[in-house]
Ligand binder design. Sequence first.
Ligand code: UGA
Length: 445
Amino acid sequence: MNSHNENKLRVSVFGAGYVGLVTAACLAERGHHVTAVDKHQDVIAMLSDGVIHIYEPGLQELISSNLDAGRLRFTDDAAEALTGADIVFICVGTPTKRDGSPDLSQVEEVARTIAVTCTHRVLVVEKSTVPVKTASWIKRTFNLFSSEPDLYEIASNPEFLREGSALSDFMHPDRIVIGVESEWAEQKLRQLYADIEATVLVTDVKTAEIIKHASNSFLAMKISFINMIADLCDKTGADISLVATGMGLDKRIGESFLNAGLGYGGSCFPKDVNAFINIAERHGVDFSLLSETARINDHRIDVILEKIYNALWVAKDKTIAILGLAFKPDTDDIRHAPSISLIERLLGEEARLHLYDPKAATRVAALYPESPSVKYFETPYQALTGAHLVVVVTEWQEIVTLDLDRSRKLMATPVMVDGRNVFDPTTVRLAGFQYYGMGTSDEPE
Ligand code: UGA
């Protein structure tokens, strides 16, 4: 018998990674009873003590308070997590295979586990980003492995969380997309999100699956588009920031995701664009627009290296400070971070690197341990000391608010390559630096 408030649901979340943890914590905060399950026992043991293995602002506190309130628990036992569940979320990873297609083995494993373990009616919801028609495969898995496959109904409810602002994105979304096959499933998901104010778009399952890939790919395309224009600004002396402002003032275009720079990284855009291209190929549809999006993005690293070589002539034996290692601010995530390609390429040139990041340094140090060529620092100013050039890679608050006077005095030669266009070129030049931006005209007229 349910002893809890009847408007609140019992939810199990498979996968205690980034998406799963945020989903679990936020649904618990909204009063639902949530069990998150993961097969990594060490992760579950830490989480049960309220210690989380990723950095996301506010998440640690939200998990601790909901553990204390008894609305959230963690387990490595799938059967325990499924007991009495109204809704099961699939939040496991969908990494990229060598051929660019998504590896859905973890999704299939969850489907199999449900099929052999769950003996009551339940709504199974895809939250991980998956290719269109994944729900049909999950259904086939239920049919293969369960003696009562009709107990399970499948829905798609993609997440649109950004790392660094995931909690507020969950609580205040632009939209909630619900892909369902029945009125029953729609009502269950509406009940789940009843306390969250947002436009709810109800679709069939395949449409919801495509909405997620199409949204991320469109945003990635916007970034590559503005980066393409940035290259033209570089060659002609125009100012990309003002071009973006001028474009963004048109409501049909919108101002967001028009920041030119080092391009997109992270665990989502690079993976999702490639997966979407792969899906289209498999269905015989020409997605070369997205292939170009990916190609332009891959090329950003060459653009910034050209600026570095243009400034230093020779990088060998020069000290280069890299400020920011995470793929974006407010996260410790370095997956597909431009900093990694930059480090690799500059070490290939025998440069000496001074690295700084407030959260991601430990992760980078696991790939590039401290050595005569690679040093890590606690503050940006320490990293700048003795440097011949500084590259701004991630726009952390403490980096964009650098004291330029102090910085110039610390550096051997004050040269800045601003990979995110976060500094005003005139201000930096007035502070005594040589300044190179991404599409901001490298030399003053
Ligand atoms: C992205 C989407 O924004 C989320 O809606 C989606 O839920 C998520 O992927 C996902 O699929 O899980 P995220 O990867 O956390 O979120 O980060 P974004 O803030 O979207 O930034 C992605 C990359 O684009 C970063 O490397 C950022 O530096 C870059 N970017 C962003 C630009 O280069 N220019 C811009 O104008 C905006």
